[in-house]
Write a protein that binds this ligand. Structure first.
Ligand code: PKZ
Length: 224
């Protein structure tokens, strides 16, 4: 173990039942917080009602803080090969800002997700923030590299914004273009119902520590 990423790659020994229990407990909490983020943006109730709502939120925070972790979630797995990246900013089950619920991996190497971006992801008025589409593409392209057996860190991500990306229903997909030694070149895009909005090419590079620990890495399709 030579890298700080590996230090957060932990078999926590949970049973499948315990993982399911955690999923059913903390997943809905993240959903509630996601709804609260939107409500903070959109509510029009008056100051008295806001003050009352904040009292309830303070009470909820007091309960949740009674027993908590303080650091990042990292990657956790168990003996049956269930990997959890629940803190991930794009698709972490316990992360209320993560916009994607599930990323699908096809046998032909295509990786894709259908998702919705609500107004909390706004950049130009009524449209998606360019940093958010880049965030999603970094994940989807990185997942295509990993799912194809070539996990790596993003070395370069080149993003071309072809036309404005609306908020609402979107589709992202990616696949490996070619592999050159430790470098994997991946191409992908985000589209709305009218077609492609943003294209990206990523170069994912397997650092030495990742190659050395390859057999322990999360290339399994059972990630959740
Ligand atoms: C145990 C847990 C494991 C988890 C395993 C699963 C991971 C599965 C991910 C899932 C999906 C995640 C999706 C989100 C992915 C991020 O968000 S990752 C976070 C953002 N990226 C980073 O923080 C990376 C920071 N940079 C680095 O760590 C290092 O610079 C790199 C990129 C690993 C390269 O370091 P290095 O291995 O020392 O590279 P080096 O030996 O200098 O060069 C090797 C080759 O790459 C080229 N190269 C070097 N840097 C670059 C670059 N930036 N751009 C292009 N080419 C470059 C060199 O020219 C060289 O090419 P050749 O001469 O061989 O042709």
């Amino acid at each position: 173990m030579t890298d700080s990423i590996l230090d957060l790659h932990i078999n926590d020994g949970l049973t499948d039942e315990e993982i399911d229990h955690e999923k059913n407990t903390y997943g809905p909490l993240a959903e509630d917080v996601r709804e609260l983020i939107l409500l903070a943006l959109q509510t029009r109730v008056d100051a008295d009602d806001v003050a009352r709502a904040r009292e309830h939120l303070a009470a909820a925070r007091e309960i949740l803080e009674r027993d908590r972790e303080t650091g990042p979630y990292g990657t956790r797995y168990n003996d049956s090969g269930r990997y959890r990246t629940w803190g991930n900013a794009v698709m972490g089950l316990r992360n209320a800002i993560a916009p994607i619920g599930e990323i699908h991996e096809e046998p032909d190497g295509r990786v894709w997700a259908d998702f919705r971006l609500n107004p909390a992801y706004e950049g130009p008025a009524g449209h998606t923030h360019g940093g958010v589409t880049a965030l999603v593409l970094d994940q989807i392209l990185g997942d295509a590299a990993r799912a194809g057996g070539h996990p790596g860190m993003t070395g370069t991500l080149t993003v071309r914004y072809r036309r404005r990306t609306p908020l609402g229903a979107l589709h992202a997909e990616a696949r490996i273009d070619r592999v050159e030694g430790r470098k994997t070149f991946v191409k992908g895009h985000i589209a709305d119902a009218e077609g492609v909005c943003v294209e990206a090419e990523g170069i994912f590079i397997a650092p030495q520590w990742m190659i050395e620990h390859r057999e322990n890495l999360d290339t399994s399709p059972r990630r959740e």
